[in-house]
Design a protein around this ligand. Sequence first.
Ligand code: ZN
Length: 347
Amino acid sequence: MSKYVLIPLVFFCNFCFGQSREALWKRYQQGDLKYVLEQASQSADSGAAEMQLLIGRALTDSGEFDRAIPYLKNVVSARPSIDYQRAWGEAYLGVCMFATGDQKLSRILLMKCIDENITPSCSKFAAKRMALFGFTPQYRDFDTRTSGNFVFYFEPRAINKTDQETYIGRRQQAYDAISAFFGRKLKGKINYFSWASGSSLKEGTGSNSGFATPEYGIVHAAINQTPGHEIAHLFVRSRRKSPLVNEGLAVYLDQDHGDLFSQAKQLLSNGSQTTVNIHEMWNMRDSYESKTFYKVAGAFVEELIKKAGKERFLKLVENQTLENAEKIYGSDFAKMVTDFETRINSI
Ligand SMILES: [Zn+2]
């Protein structure tokens, strides 16, 4: 073939693949993981390191850690010199190793990525996971306890040895109850970091309150938090989350509440917020006082479950948009909302 034919052909192929790769990365950034995985694995250049990286990252983000590992290993071994693809491959492989229980290798890979310092975004990604996974020096003196479905990490002075047993037992009970509610168990053990106080949690993680990362099965919580709230969050992997539904569910399942409706009503009568608008609360947490928001959300979720059943509610958990609520509950939804608002807003 003459070089005059070959040059346009090569250019054309690069153009096609380039366009396709670029478009797929864009869809990946938008969170269309299923689409990316379908398209990337069928692509003519699916064996190229960049495509292997894309597939490995999309599988990792989908929680398919075992399936992601071979793709990410291919990327790391295919790039003999350090470049951004290898750095991202190492970082994501580090995540997969943590999720599949090899903490030692996870730490090595994330450290490597930080030391190589190829791109600021990759180094930042790795540093954030190092802190989240408990690999940074601040965790050196944490007391580790493995029990049942958990690995606990206690900040020094968070709790005495005698109370540890009760604390662990209550979280195991909470896990069992929440697991029965969802009708399934979580894969692997939960890594549960218990901080001595809200201020040490903030200092150590940068977060104002406890949090859960369902994709990695991790909880960071202050020692005085309820047993079930963050564990409940671990069971929800939906990408379309509403603060009202998601936090309401965690409050409902916190295994430490009394009459949510009365508590919510009490807070409303004492606070600066006196009325509840469910449509407004659906997607906006910030416009309400935090304590009030959580109790009202818990009471509303309890009402949905009591009046329309758990099965329908679990469908809403999967896709927490208002449109989906209207689809699932039909005309009952408007009635349930009006009835709840009338009762809670009455003096
Ligand atoms: Zn929460």
